[in-house]
Write a protein that binds this ligand. Sequence first.
Ligand SMILES: Nc1ncnc2c1ncn2[C@@H]1O[C@H](COP(=O)(O)OP(=O)(O)OP(=O)(O)O)[C@@H](O)[C@H]1O
Ligand SMILES: [Mg+2]
Length: 328
Amino acid sequence: MLRRSVGAIELRDVRRLFRATTGTLRRHTKEIVALDGLSLDVGEGELFGILGPNGAGKTTTIKVLTTLLIPTSGTATVMGLDVVRDAKEVRRKIGFVFGGERGLYYRLSGRDNLRYFAELYAVPPREIRSRVEELLDLVDLRPRGDERVEGYSRGMKQRLHLARTLLHRPRVLFLDEPTIGLDPIGARELRRIVRQLHEGGATIVLTTHYLFEADELCDRIAVIDKGRAVALGTPADLKSNVSDLSVVELEVFGIDAGTVERLRALDFVDSIVVEQRELRQVLRVQTRIAERAVAPLIAAVAAGQVGRVAVREATLEDAYVRLVGRVE
Ligand SMILES: Nc1ncnc2c1ncn2[C@@H]1O[C@H](COP(=O)(O)OP(=O)(O)OP(=O)(O)O)[C@@H](O)[C@H]1O
Ligand SMILES: [Mg+2]
């Protein structure tokens, strides 16, 4: 097999269509374009983030790269191997974890799960023991390794999933929303492990809806929307798109849509995102004039309706809002 020396992952013009059936009596099929000519390159050893709103095509991208879905057109390679033609070899080189996935034996202990999967993945028998212990250590489950998985917290299960997919020492890892549903400490622990794997030289592709997570972990990020890449770069590159902006956060009480529209029309306002909290709203106003925007903004909302006000620098999330035009 001819192996070109390329980056770890190459997607070229990948399209993926789905047919969805609508209606119960009169059935229609509708074509959904999940990936619309997506091209991406990930270098060896890179920790690469894919961001994008719900339905953007992130999971579809990961499924194509992990050979679980065949692209409708276009090509994708992992370590120089074609994900369709060389699917079997690709699978030997990769590991993947989908957030919230099942697929562990709940009535077995964590340690026995790993032993079982090690046999299934043909880890040489004399290596199984040390490999399992090494991985239990990595994911910090050694002290709880003999307990049944049914008693594990969600974070522990997620870490066991990760350990399972590392059994055959994959060089490329795909993590689809690995921290979904984890509490802040569980998520932080998982990020620590991801960072450690990255330091060990693995190529990692991860999707997340947590912008700070992408900012903290990723070497580069692609933002995708409607199956296309809309931005690509380091977190700093993406943030530099908004380096001219500051964000004024205004806590307001009971203002109407008309007022928000009036604020949007002010010439120093770049964009406004309204976040609904219980009895109040928080307006996140992107502006080029920083502190100088505060007084005119307060004046434009009736003064009695304004609570706390803060001015801060734009974050990756603000860059994202500017790119995708909406918050999740
Ligand atoms: N099996 C399927 N059948 C029909 N449509 C599908 C199927 N899988 C995905 N889609 C559609 O493809 C598009 C992309 O979905 P995908 O799951 O890749 O999005 P995503 O970016 O992972 O979203 P999320 O952030 O919600 O996980 C969506 O419109 C989705 O409804
Ligand atoms: Mg998804």
